[in-house]
Design a binder for this molecule. Structure first.
Ligand code: KG4
Ligand code: ZN
Length: 340
């Protein structure tokens, strides 16, 4: 394995994270300082609070990542940082910290796309995985079905037309009184519910078979809750959660398998926070097994936001010669495949 060591920093949303990654695949340390408890008070991420907490934590978290890896900053070959997409104020903290460290040490700076990071999380525990493969990226802000043609080269087959999958989980969780963070809570409570109790719609986008639409499903859940309230029928939280989750999982599995079949690529991976969902992982594992397709999924801790995945993505950029200047800026709406 290559001995290129990268210090990676991730502050795009509500986790302050730093990691040291060797050769893109070996994690020497992976520190995640979550702000979830703070934002829970407000029922969601408050951007101003996220930025302030990142400022308080970033030096400590980066220092701890180096310490746990048994390395000094001067041992690093590159400093990598997420520069988009994400919350602009949150991204700026990581970008500024990485630029300052790079300037002070003379170590090259590599800006990383957050979604490329999520996809690259798959390389960490699957040392043999190489492109091309099909990847379903489902996070709080994104739902994409892509073909990873080569390292850093993506062909987008489909995307969401409205809400991201994680966003739908968060909104439905709020509506049924589970609160924030919605995804993990629906995942947990669904295990006590009946996924066939309520028939929620599985939306199709007429002119684009790989695209997703989750806002109709969210409205169907809200309508169901309203009609129960009007008729005085008690709502079973676990049944609503499980039936909603099943509707999301069914659509994600159907589209993913269609993409795998039509692309002729027999390797399929998942990425992003929603990829830690147990029902989704089980359904995709079974569907891939039946089709004889190799299924890759990062451990749950590498699915949600972390810096190890940024170090993995940065390695392949670094090997291609990508270096960023001190004019690197945060790009909150950076598209997959775009480069600064
Ligand atoms: O990738 P991520 O950590 O941050 C973004 O880049 O957005 O994804 C966060 C999203 C949230 O919407 C969260 O509710 C969802 O992933 N999520 C889950 C689970 N864990 C996190 N959704 C369903 N089931 C889970 N176990
Ligand atoms: Zn993310």
């Amino acid at each position: 394995m290559s001995s290129v060591d990268i210090l990676a920093i991730e502050t795009s949303c509500d986790e302050t994270a730093a990691a040291v990654v060797r050769g893109g695949r070996e994690v020497l340390s992976n520190i995640i300082s979550s702000q979830i408890d703070l934002h829970t008070l407000y029922g969601g991420v408050v951007p101003e609070i996220a930025s302030r907490k990142h400022i308080e934590k970033i030096n400590q978290v980066a220092g701890q990542a180096l310490h746990e890896a048994g390395r000094n900053l001067s041992d690093m070959d590159a400093i990598a940082v997420t520069y988009g997409p994400g919350l602009v104020g949150a991204l700026l903290v990581g970008v500024s910290a990485a630029k300052a460290m790079s300037f002070a040490s003379g170590i090259p700076l590599v800006g990383v796309h957050h979604i490329e990071g999520h996809i690259s999380a798959n390389y960490i525990e699957n040392k043999e995985l190489e492109p091309p493969f099909v990847c379903l990226v489902v996070s709080g802000g994104h739902s994409h079905l892509v073909v990873v043609r080569d390292y850093g080269e993506y062909e987008i087959l489909g995307r969401t037309r409205d809400d991201a999958a994680g966003e739908a989980f968060d909104k439905v969780a709020r509506a049924i009184g589970l609160g924030y963070p919605g995804g993990p809570k629906i995942d947990k409570v669904s295990r006590q519910g009946n996924p066939d109790a309520i028939q929620f719609p599985r939306a199709k986008v007429a002119d684009a078979v790989y695209d997703f639409s989750f806002s109709g499903l969210k409205s169907a859940v809200l309508n169901y809750l309203n009609s129960c309230e009007m008729k005085g029928i008690p709502v079973c939280q676990a049944d609503v959660a499980a039936s909603f989750q099943k509707a999301v999982v069914d659509v994600l599995v159907e589209h993913s398998l269609m993409a795998v079949e039509e692309s002729g690529i027999d390797k399929f991976a998942i990425a992003g926070g929603v990829a830690s969902n147990q029902a989704l992982r089980e359904a995709l594992a079974e569907a891939c097994r039946q089709k004889g397709v190799a299924f890759y999924r990062p451990s749950p801790i590498l699915c949600t936001d972390n810096a190890a995945m940024i170090g993995a993505a940065a390695y392949y950029e670094y090997q291609k010669g990508v270096r960023h200047g001190y004019d690197l800026n945060a790009v909150p709406n950076l598209k997959l495949g775009d480069r600064a």
